[in-house]
Structure formats: C-alpha cells, structure tokens
Design a protein around this ligand. Structure first.
Ligand code: HEM
Length: 414
C-alpha cells in the first residue's frame, strides 16, 4: 500500500492514478480502491500532462456530477482537454444547453412503450438460449447467455436486421474501448476502433436513409422522424447517437449479467435467498450495479474554478470519479464489501449507488438494462436447480472504463 507521503509527490500521484486505472481489470480491484479512498475523498494528480483529481467517495462523486461548473467542454468533436474524435460527442459529452436539447429529442423517441415492445422477443430468445445451455450442461455464460440478449436488444432497438447481427457484434467489441482515455490505448487498439467507427458509420448512414423512406417500429425510425417545435436531429447527430447507444448500452449490459452471475456464485447464501424469494431479483440487480459496477470510472472536465465538497477545483483540470470506490464507501453503505441481495428491498433504505451515474447524464437506458438483467436472472433461477463455476480462475477483459469478465465457464443443473 502507498503511504500518504509517497502518494503526495508528483510521481507518486501519477503512479496512484495509473494503478487505480489498471485495477479495474483485476478479478478484485476493491482492496486497491479501498486504499485509495483511505487517502482522501479528492486526490489531485498528474495524467498525460494535466491535473486530474480522483474522487473516491459517494458524497464527493455525487456532488461533482451535479455541479454546474463540471462538464465536458466538448465542442465540434474535440474536448478542450484534447480528446480525439471518437464519435461519442453527442449527448454523453454535451454540456447544457446542448445536452438538454439532445436529451429531450432522444427522450421523445426512447419511451417506455419502445422498451415494453422488446420484452416478448427477449423473453423468447432467453428461453431458447437456456434450452441450448441446459442441453449442453457446461457453457461459457458470456457467449451463451450474457452477450446474445443485449446484442439482440441493441439490434432491435436500432433496427439492424437479424442477418447483420454477428457483424454488428464485432464492431461493438471494437467500439467498447471507445470510453477509455485515448492516452492509455495502444496504436493497434486505436486503429481497430477507428476501423469499426468507419464501418459502423457507413452501415448506419445507409440504414438511416432506408428508415427515412420506409419507417418501421424501431427506435431508429422514431429518432429519424422526431420533430420538436421545428427542431430535428441532424444526420451527424443521428450517427453519433447510434454509436453512443451501442457503446453505452451493449457491453455494459453484457457485463452486468455476467458480473451478476459471478456475484451470486461468490455468495451462495445470497443465491439461496434469491431462489427462496424471487421478488428479490429486482433489488439484487440494483445491488449488482453497486457491488461490481460495469462502468468503473466517469470522467469530466472542470469548466470554471469551483469549490465542491470542500475541495478547490481549477478550470481546465480533469476529474475522474472512481465508481467502484464510491459504491463501496463505508460512510454511505453498511457492510460495503458484502453482496446483499436484499439491500435495496423496501423503498428508501439505502442511498443510491453510482452504477448508472448521476446528474444530467444519468443513464438513459437504465430501465432497459434493469429489465434485461432481471429477465436473464429470473430465467436462470427458474430453469436451473443449481449452477456452479466450471473453472476457478476467471479473467477480465482488457478494458479500463467498462469492466467485465472475458469468459464465465458455467455448469448448469436443471
Ligand atoms: C448495465 C448496463 C448499463 C450501465 C452500467 C450504464 C451506465 C451508464 C453510466 C454510468 C452513464 C453515465 C455516464 C456519464 O455520466 O458520463 C450512462 C449514460 C448513458 N447510458 Fe447507460 N448504462 C447501461 C445501459 C445502457 C443502455 C441499455 C442504454 C441504451 C440502450 C444506455 C444508454 C446511455 C446513454 C445514451 C447515456 C448518456 C446519457 C446522457 O449523457 O444524458 N445505457 N450509462
């Protein structure tokens, strides 16, 4: 463990930031996050030539995410901190008032009815996947269960036909690193991401044109058709939104489902509690988002000097919220390192976690992600007597912001 004195030198603080970022790929990054939280709620350090403040507590991260002086400063595809163009400028990196305009337009298309329409197809797909998995007895639960469900959901949402699903999944894998800081990616990873962005853009340009001519019941057709007091989404905005929906909504949901299964395997008493009371599935999904959040870090830029939570932020600096640390803050949660399926059962018992973020950028797809994870868990519990891990060591994917297992070898007993 690093001492406060060591961490307080410039090199020490750079090393702290790098080691915290690298921790999200470990099977258990939480001891590292605990150490860093014990150093303080706000920890300024240097990263790629600029000052970045790590925020480690629930109260600190919530206050930062809600503060008007904190945003992205992202204009015309480039943030003033120099991030490369990655197609995610729309919505996720927009500041007020542009953000409010985009969110209102997207919100008009992304309605509860759109989500409800997807449920029957997802339920049928899950039954098929479970039939196959149970027949085989031993499967990689990522490929057999956790990945196909969000992939189908994303394809239906964006109107991608079934025959293109696999190719689409390949781009999604390359784009998933789109949320990682460019400074921490290898040239090969950047090239793969660029190629996928170009292929994805070409594909969606054509699909948008088709939907303009012949609208269907999918979200893409609704986004194309939106009019709000004469305001419409431009072609560029539509393309960026499609990329964003894919990057924000696919890999994250895969990892919530696989990470959730893993959390249950590591906590057999909680799994037994869920089997005894299926009404706990909803609260258990909430606990999964707290206990091992698929999004490990949220980055922002300080737009103007401000004091937040007793810390002085300087305009132009960066801020990195460590969600895995905030979600296990002992000031906010009882027994923060325990997975408790019933923690969120009963209204108002527990402070909100930051698994879906907070403030104006709070996850737009949260209701959909919750439904998918609940469907998958309910199905798995209903169709199996038990399930166990077929191998002891589980490897994590080589990503920083989005955390998830590479494979999850599972034995199923019907
Ligand atoms: C378990 C699954 C998911 C997790 C853990 C997750 C997490 C998050 C987080 C932490 C943010 C805030 C990012 C920030 O403040 O910078 C966010 C934003 C967002 N999410 Fe999700 N998400 C999930 C699923 C989805 C799905 C299924 C969709 C859409 C189909 C989606 C669409 C979005 C969008 C569009 C934003 C940006 C909202 C804005 O900037 O106003 N997410 N998500």
């Amino acid at each position: 463990m690093t001492t406060l004195d060591e961490a307080n030198t410039s090199e020490g603080r750079f090393a702290e930031i790098m080691s915290v970022l690298a921790a999200s790929r470990l099977p258990d990054p939480y001891p590292r996050y605990r150490e860093i939280r014990q150093l303080g709620a706000f920890l300024p350090g240097d990263l790629a030539g600029s000052t970045v403040t790590l925020v480690t507590t629930l109260a600190g991260a919530t206050a930062v995410l809600a503060h008007p002086a904190i945003g992205h400063g992202y204009r015309d595809g480039v943030s003033y901190r120099g991030d490369a163009e990655d197609g995610l400028g729309s919505l996720l990196r927009a500041d007020p008032p542009d953000h409010a305009r985009l969110r209102r337009l997207v919100g008009k298309a992304f309605t509860p009815a759109v989500i409800a329409d997807l449920v029957p197809e997802l339920t049928a797909l899950l039954d098929e996947l479970l039939d196959t998995a149970i027949d085989r007895g031993e499967v990689d639960a990522v490929e057999a269960l956790a990945r196909p469900l969000p992939l189908r959901m994303m394809c239906r949402l964006l109107g991608v036909p079934a025959e293109d699903e696999q190719e689409f999944g390949g781009w999604a894998d390359a784009l998933a690193r789109g949320l990682d800081p460019p400074a921490l990616m290898t040239p090969a990873e950047k090239t793969a991401r660029q190629r996928a962005t170009v292929a994805f853009d070409e594909y969606f340009r054509a699909l948008i044109a088709r939907r303009r001519g012949a609208p269907r019941e999918d979200l893409l057709s609704r986004l194309v058709a939106i009019h709000d007091d004469g305001d419409v989404l431009s072609e560029r905005e539509l393309l960026e939104l499609c990329t964003l929906l894919l990057v924000a909504g696919y890999e994250t949901t895969v990892n919530l489902i696989s990470g959730g299964i893993l959390a249950l395997l590591g906590n057999p008493d909680q799994l037994a509690a869920l089997r005894a009371d299926p009404a706990l599935v909803g609260p258990a999904v909430e606990e999964m988002l707290r206990y091992d959040p698929p999004v490990q870090f949220i980055a922002r830029t300080v737009l103007a000097d401000a004091e937040i939570g007793g810390h002085a932020f300087t305009g132009g600096d960066g801020v990195l919220m460590i969600i895995g640390a905030a979600n296990r803050d002992p000031e906010a949660f009882d027994q923060p390192d325990r997975f408790l399926a019933g923690r969120y059962a009963g209204a108002g018992r527990t402070p909100r976690h930051l698994g879906f973020g907070a403030g104006i950028h709070y996850c737009l797809g949260a209701p959909l992600a919750r439904i998918e994870a609940e469907l998958a868990l309910r199905g798995l519990l209903r169709r199996t007597r038990s399930f166990t891990l077929a191998e002891q060591a589980v490897a994590y994917r080589d990503q920083i912001v989005i955390r998830g297992v590479r494979t999850l070898p599972l034995r199923l007993f019907a």
